[in-house]
Design a protein. Structure first.
Length: 403
């Protein structure tokens, strides 16, 4: 058995853990000890008893995807009658609703749709910035950037610089799953991005001056050692670039997916969060994933290394498709933070503090369930799609029919 006391002392002394140390702690340390160590690391980085959150909207602009990851219940194949692309006006309306409740950015991710060229994204971003100059676009995870690079036959740095010129402000950490190619092959997500490709997009984004987040979805086919390999790869890139603002981990949601299986426990989540806080010593912020764990485990996360409650979200489609439908509006998030003994503050993507809760300053309608991308049964095709060449046969037919 490893000497857990010696490893705990190493963490208390602020020393860096190597992969072997981290695995021993993760597998063998009692859960309360792991939590105390993670909390110690958090308190060192954040001595003020403040927990932050962001008011933004999580919009999935299309569910049409050629990647076909077997853990995803959200995507629809090209030509599916259930496939959709949101129109520019629909997105403007969602932004208006977001601003009305104090929101500051759009988190925009979607499927790898072969009928949306790079110019569609550029025109959308420009149109948003024209109408909402100070509103932020936290958009397009690394696999989406790679998809656009392949579609446009332009290198990743060129795609990133064109998106920045059009208004992109930061890149979310989606599509990381587990950054180990053995796992990615089994999840059918190796084709959309290898571990190196995912990391390389983030490297280029950081070099271009963008800040990004990093994520990990665990609980599919990976081993505990592979979860840690993921964390160490992120730590190495952060040593190199310093471009990540935060790390978020959540458990795989199995309902309605091809992969199926069962969900990891809340205890597993807290242990994984805690070891992430200890290993990722160069990440300032760790978010609690109440979206998959629920409000109470989300609140408990604040004792296991998290210093941020993530996003009010307003809308969510991907996790909901796999059966999770937790909702917390600003009032609920703030209540959870304060009940855990912290002061709640609003932030932006860069973790600048923006102020106190909005709902205390003015009337904000309560939100008791998350919105969806579109009302059920809405199969409308946005007018502006006619301006862009489609690649798929069904996409070409659709554009002919709708115009």
């Amino acid at each position: 058995m490893p000497n857990i006391t010696a490893l705990a002392d190493k963490v208390r002394a602020g020393a860096r853990l190597d992969a072997g140390d981290a695995l021993d702690l993760y597998l063998h340390a009692p859960t309360p000890l792991l939590g105390r160590l993670a909390d110690l690391v958090r308190a060192r980085k954040h001595p003020e008893p403040i927990v932050t959150y962001i008011i933004d909207r999580n919009v999935n602009y299309t569910n049409v995807c050629v990647a076909k990851c077997n853990f995803c219940a959200f995507y629809r194949p090209v030509g599916s009658p259930e496939g959709y692309v949101l129109g520019f006006d629909e997105l403007f309306r969602k932004i208006d609703e977001t601003i009305a409740v104090g929101g500051v950015q759009l988190l925009m991710q979607g499927g790898h749709n072969p009928d949306l060229p790079l110019t569609w994204y550029e025109d959308l971003f420009r149109a948003i910035k024209e109408r909402y100059p100070s509103f932020k676009l936290h958009a397009l995870s690394p696999p989406e950037v790679i998809h656009l690079s392949r579609l446009s036959q332009l290198p990743v740095p060129t795609v990133i610089s064109r998106l920045i010129a059009a208004g992109l402000d930061s890149i979310p950490g989606g599509g990381a799953e587990i950054l180990v190619d053995r796992v990615r092959r089994l999840l059918h997500c190796y084709g959309k991005a290898t571990a190196d490709e995912w990391l390389d997009v983030m490297r280029h984004a950081h070099r271009a001056g963008l800040r990004t987040t990093a994520t990990m979805m665990y609980g599919t086919v990976e081993t505990e050692a592979e979860r840690l390999e993921h964390l160490f790869r992120l730590r190495a890139l952060q040593d190199e670039t310093g471009g990540f603002t935060a790390f978020i981990t959540w458990s795989y949601q199995p309902d309605h997916t091809e992969l199926a299986g069962s969900e990891a426990t809340g205890l597993d989540y807290l242990r994984t969060l805690a070891i992430a806080r200890i290993v990722l010593d160069n990440f300032d912020n760790l978010q609690a994933s109440w979206v998959t764990q629920g409000g109470k485990v989300g609140q408990l996360s604040l004792a296991y290394g998290a210093n941020d409650m993530g996003s009010v979200m307003i809308e969510e489609n991907v996790v909901r498709a796999a059966g999770a439908s937790y909702c917390m509006d600003e009032a609920e998030i703030v209540r959870n933070i304060e009940d855990a003994g912290f002061t709640a503050k609003r932030r932006n993507m860069h973790y600048d503090i923006l102020g106190d809760p909005i709902f205390r300053a003015r009337d904000v309608p309560r939100m008791l369930e998350l919105a969806t991308a579109r009302a059920e049964g809405d199969t409308s095709v946005p007018d502006e799609l006619a301006n862009y060449p489609a690649r798929s046969r069904s996409g070409k037919q659709l554009r002919v029919i709708s115009h």
